[in-house]
Design a protein. Structure first.
Length: 201
């Protein structure tokens, strides 16, 4: 049985470059959750864009079997499938985007690619990735530039946090860098990395 929720207030469509997301509801990537079955359920209730679980660019470039399974789009995701990538090396991120856009390694060409600069998990931030990466502005710029160039007409967005902690705020610089390098949009998680998922966003 398929049901569609009717919004009480109509949202205008979301524009990401040439991509129109309507309704303007995006399923955020969640590790271990936003797999094909979960995305199918969400699609039945009317979301506009469905992001798969966060994908490590190194594993994608190395064609890791588990990673290749994780990025497989289902047959009915052709117009609304999105991939979120995590990486700390511009060349590897660029190559991963090429594989998605030019080689169709996901089974379909993604409608959208998001770069994760918001993950607060220590195993990610210890390596300088996720929400720790925007502190390294030149590296952030190089990663966004590599992704946007490799993506061609596929819109690239970034997700970031306010910063590492209250003394290391990065979101304004990250947003400006993303804009200057051609990102279509910025998503802000309104917490610092050290807050994880607690406190008030």
């Amino acid at each position: 049985m398929t049901a569609t929720l009717e919004p009480t207030t109509a949202l205008p469509p979301l524009r990401l470059g040439a991509l129109t997301v309507d309704p303007a509801v995006v399923l955020a990537p969640m590790a271990g959750i936003t797999n094909p079955a979960f995305r199918t359920l969400c699609r039945e209730f009317g979301a506009g864009l469905y992001v798969c679980e966060m994908i490590t660019t190194r594993a994608l470039v190395e064609r890791n079997d588990k990673t290749l399974r994780m990025i497989r789009a289902t047959a009915d995701e052709k117009d609304a499938f999105s991939v979120q990538l995590y990486g700390v090396d511009p060349a590897t991120v660029g190559r991963a985007v090429e594989m998605l856009v030019d080689e169709g390694v996901a089974g379909t060409r993604p409608a959208h690619i998001d770069l994760n600069f918001g993950c607060p998990v220590p195993k990610v931030t210890r390596k300088g990735g996720g929400s720790a990466l925007p502190w390294h502005r030149v590296l952030l710029r190089d990663i966004v530039r590599a992704a946007v160039r490799a993506a061609g007409d596929v819109p690239v967005t970034i997700k970031t946090r306010i910063g590492i902690d209250a003394d290391h705020v990065t979101y304004l610089d990250a947003g400006r860098i993303a804009q200057d390098e051609g990102a279509a949009a910025v998503t802000l998680h309104g917490r610092t990395a050290d807050q994880l998922y607690s406190g008030t966003a």
